[in-house]
Ligand binder design. Structure first.
Ligand code: SAM
Length: 368
């Protein structure tokens, strides 16, 4: 850990979550807003739907082919054979997407398309590998509130007022909204690939803003833009920070690789499931970011000469997993370096043994 960045102690649990019952100070309003964005991790994952031209049609086609092999006992040896070369990009044992909690629908609404779907025998190894990479990246998780608080404590002293924060893979928007409340960013922007997660982030933003409006109306004295305001991390600012929060948060539904982030001052990524494309992210950020821009990742480090590590917070300190903090430095090399190691790459036999155990567990659940 870099001692110049680390606070003395990190929190290791969330505070009491009882709702804010009275609004006597503007700080109570901020607290109520923060509490309103908790709980997203537990959301029910709807399945994807795919009409003509849908960007996920290919994901669904290959997912259907893999799932068909999982569900047909006679095809399971073939499934093992097809997955085995890609164990390093599978998160867990069997890919999340083809299991009952995955994002694949049972059938398509526009069923004629389904009849054109290929079987696994007609899908190439490279397509399977790309599918597994996308599938891993779609797994959902959020940092807990205390982990975000630890993070904001660390980066707060490095953030100059007026900068722009991006969360690449912003999910339901908790990190974006928490950053806008806690730190003096001019804008906090979340970029999310899945339409339903983007929509939920937008809805949750409306709930958070309505909570803020109700809190402001309940204050005994109307808040003025120049009134002093203590931010959740303890630093002092003006009440304008709260009054104009609406204009400082934005959610974009897009693939992170299609969004230009060159105006960022901080790029945050909860990247625990991005291991197999971390080198592509590093390459993108090296091409786009200005010197001194901060970048943070979870679980996976960035292996690129354009990024200097300025803080490493091992698992179970700042958060449950490792957190790496980088600064974009001057560098003329632009090529991506070799991929970072997989989080967990079991030997082939170990993986196969675990897959067979999962087959038994699946059969027991389905009474097969
Ligand atoms: C682990 S979640 C993190 C959510 C949020 N950042 C947080 O920490 O609360 C990662 C998110 O990245 C999204 N994602 C995966 N690949 C993406 C891509 N290429 N572009 C944008 N978002 C992506 C996933 O759909 C998922 O919602």
């Amino acid at each position: 850990m870099n001692s110049t960045l680390a606070p003395q102690t990190f929190r290791n649990r969330d505070r009491d979550a009882t709702p804010v019952s009275s609004f006597t100070r503007a700080e109570d309003v901020l607290e109520a807003m923060l509490r309103s964005i908790e709980g997203g991790e537990l959301h029910l994952r709807p399945t994807l739907d795919a009409g003509e031209g849908d960007p996920f049609l290919n994901y669904i086609e290959i997912g259907f082919a893999l799932r068909q092999c999982l569900e047909d006992k006679n095809q399971r040896e073939y499934l093992i054979q097809r997955l085995k070369p890609h164990v390093g990009v599978i998160i867990g044992t069997l890919p999340a997407g083809i299991q009952s909690h995955g994002l694949l629908p049972r059938t398509l609404k526009e069923s004629p398309q389904e009849t054109k779907f290929r079987r696994l025998e007609n899908i190439s190894d490279e397509e399977v590998r790309q599918w597994l990479i996308v599938d891993g990246g779609l797994i959902y998780g959020e940092l807990k509130r205390y982990e975000l608080e630890n993070y904001f404590d660390v980066i707060g002293p490095l953030v100059h007022p007026g900068g722009i924060m991006y969360d690449l893979g912003s999910g339901l928007g908790k990190a974006v909204m928490s950053a806008a409340i806690t730190l003096p960013f001019a804008r906090c922007i979340g970029v999310e690939l899945l339409e339903y997660r983007h929509r939920m982030a937008v809805d949750r933003l409306q709930v958070m803003l309505a909570t803020g409006d109700r809190g402001l109306e309940s204050l005994p004295v109307r808040l003025q833009p120049d009134d002093p305001l203590e931010l959740p991390g303890g630093s002092l600012t003006k009440a304008m920070h709260l009054l104009d929060i609406r204009s400082r948060i934005e959610f974009i539904e897009k693939d992170m690789f299609e969004v230009d982030v060159s105006d960022a001052s901080l790029v945050f990524m909860n990247s625990t499931c991005f291991g197999s494309f971390m080198h592509l992210i590093a390459d993108k950020l090296a091409r786009e970011l200005r010197e001194k821009t901060l970048v943070s990742t979870t679980t996976y480090s960035i292996n690129h000469p354009a990024f200097k590590l300025i803080g490493h917070f091992p698992a179970a300190t700042l958060a449950w997993t490792d957190l790496f903090l980088y600064e974009r430095v001057h560098c003329t090399e632009t090529q991506a370096l070799p991929k970072v190691a997989a989080l967990f790459e079991p030997g082939d036999q170990e993986w196969e043994d675990r897959v067979r155990e999962e087959f038994l567990a699946i059969d027991a659940r389905m009474n097969l």
